[in-house]
Design a protein around this ligand. Structure first.
Ligand code: FUL
Length: 504
């Protein structure tokens, strides 16, 4: 043998992963180190392409599924939109228990709760200093209660994040429609963002119906959605007080409405939006579903949908709670389509989540766990038509590590990756994720299975983004192939999972 080789040490050289340096008898160690460092520097990470998510948006993507809580005077008056003239005395939930809400959310697998701190009727669930129309004038806890405070404590106890919905439209306020109202609105926002700990999302609704109580005027007030609220200055308050909070509205700035309340994410779904051309309450439903392929901001979609026909609790809807199977479909059409799922579970007039809703939620969790029980791709080998080099190898998609990814060389936008399952395996679900820190790139893809000697197409699609989950009929195969046929730049795929869900 020419060289006697022994492992000397492990060392990091020029940003490469750990490599072994060998001591060689007949060659200089320096020569080898130079050679290795040269080959390592050759593999550069892909540059980000287009808009990329902020830290706060990345955290929100990872939450995926959280609870919406619609609760206010409407819960007691059996309405969906309170007129604003409801007496504070109607708010009296004898058994209100935010711990129950949080416990249910946690057990359902949700990551947080967003509450209607103020809905269109203007009634505040916290004792705001700026209005008399709040819990402080209700019989609940003799006017000493604060739903936001109780929810904060409950979220802390169960390890959940908390978010707030503060309706811009206020049908109670006498000054709604005047410039002074903005100050009022911002003061309330200030209270919510300074007194209740970390807020993960602030929900700015787009509804501005017109008629209302307005301090007794009982008239119709119209505002110009585009200009009246002076959104940039309101957004600034949120950024200053809660830098990690994402702001929701039809047009973002951080997360956008999906354009419907039926729970339907769009199959083509760009996390990108030309938001400067949009505003809350505008008529953009279709665009909001798909986003803009050439959008200049990262603004992903959130699917808000209720477990019941209404957003607020109505006893007559007790038999109309979505079934676990229906919730499972919602999951596929939201989280499975590159969107977050904000599922509304409205407390009843006791102040508790209803038994029927809880039953359905828990069964939904069970279904989900059964569908995604064992990732059959985990730890498997993968090969690809093109890969970039050592840190970007194809098997990164099967390593269960969200920070490693497979990438092709720059400008290679058409590539294939094959997962080798070792033995013939039944599969019927696939999860695919792009490494979105570097932007959303894929424009067209398909997935095939090797059946005998032929490749059989299982699904095709357009966008991927943070996550897509797709179903297909059960297939027995030893190899699964992902083909990316069109991308804006070299694809960066961080994760692929395969499952055999029960049933066909
Ligand atoms: C809508 C509101 O008008 C509904 O009452 C509900 O709050 C829903 C989530 O947003 O725009």
């Amino acid at each position: 043998m020419l060289f006697e080789i022994s492992v000397l040490r492990t060392q990091r050289i020029l940003g490469c992963s750990f490599i072994k340096i060998y001591k060689m008898k007949n060659l200089s160690i320096i020569f080898l180190a130079l050679f290795l460092s040269y080959s390592c520097t050759d593999v550069k990470p892909p540059e980000p392409f287009g808009p990329v998510p902020s830290e706060r948006q990345l955290a929100l993507h990872e939450m995926e599924y959280y609870m919406f809580v619609h609760f206010t005077v409407n819960t007691f008056t059996d309405k969906e939109w309170g007129f604003g003239d409801e007496k504070e005395s109607v708010f009296n939930p004898a058994e209100l228990d935010c711990r129950q809400w949080a416990k249910v959310a946690k057990e359902a697998g949700m990551k947080g709760i967003i509450i209607t701190a103020k809905h269109h009727d203007g009634f505040c669930l916290w004792p705001s200093d700026y209005t008399e129309h709040s819990v402080k004038n209700s019989p609940w806890k003799d006017g000493k209660g604060d739903v936001l405070r109780e929810l904060r404590q409950a979220c802390n106890e169960f390890g959940l994040k908390m978010g707030v919905y503060l309706s811009p439209w206020d049908r109670n306020s006498a000054i709604y429609g005047t410039p002074e109202y903005l100050e009022y609105y911002r003061n309330q926002l200030n209270e919510l963002l300074t007194n209740y700990g970390d807020i993960f999302e602030v929900w700015f609704d787009g509804a501005n119906g017109g008629d209302g109580y307005y301090g007794g005027a009982r008239e119709t007030r119209r505002i110009d959605n585009k200009t009246y609220y002076d959104w940039p200055n309101t957004h600034k308050i949120v950024r200053d007080l809660q830098p990690m909070a994402c702001m929701f509205s039809d047009a973002g700035p951080d997360i956008r409405w999906v354009g419907n309340e039926r729970g339907m994410g769009s199959l083509t779904n760009w996390c990108l939006l030309k938001k400067d051309e949009m505003y809350p309450g505008g008529n953009f439903a279709r665009i909001l579903g798909e986003g803009h392929e050439d959008g200049n901001y990262w603004v992903p979609a959130e699917v808000d949908v209720s477990i019941r026909p209404g957003w607020f609790y109505h006893q007559k809807q007790d038999s109309l709670v979505r079934s676990p199977e229906n919730l499972m479909e919602l999951y596929y059409s939201s989280v499975g389509r590159n969107s977050n799922l904000l599922l509304n579970i409205p407390p009843d007039s006791r102040g508790l989540l209803h038994e029927n809703d809880m039953k359905s939620l828990m069964k939904f969790r069970e279904l989900r766990e059964n569908e995604f029980e064992t990732d059959l791709a985990n730890g498997k080998k993968a090969i690809s038509s093109n890969d970039r080099g050592r840190d970007y190898k194809p098997s990164n998609v099967c390593d269960g590590n969200p920070v490693t990814f497979w990438a092709t060389p720059d400008n290679v936008t058409d590539a294939q990756l094959i997962i080798k399952l070792e033995e013939e395996t039944e599969v019927n679900r696939i999860v695919i994720q792009e490494y979105i820190k570097l932007g959303q790139r894929v424009q067209a893809f398909k997935v095939e299975a090797l059946v005998g000697k032929d490749w059989m197409q299982l699904i095709d699609g357009t966008t991927i983004g943070y996550k897509v989950i797709r179903k297909f009929p059960v297939i027995k195969t030893s190899q699964i192939k992902l083909t990316i046929s069109k991308a804006k730049d070299c694809p960066v795929i961080s994760n692929i999972e395969l499952y055999r869900a029960p049933g066909e």
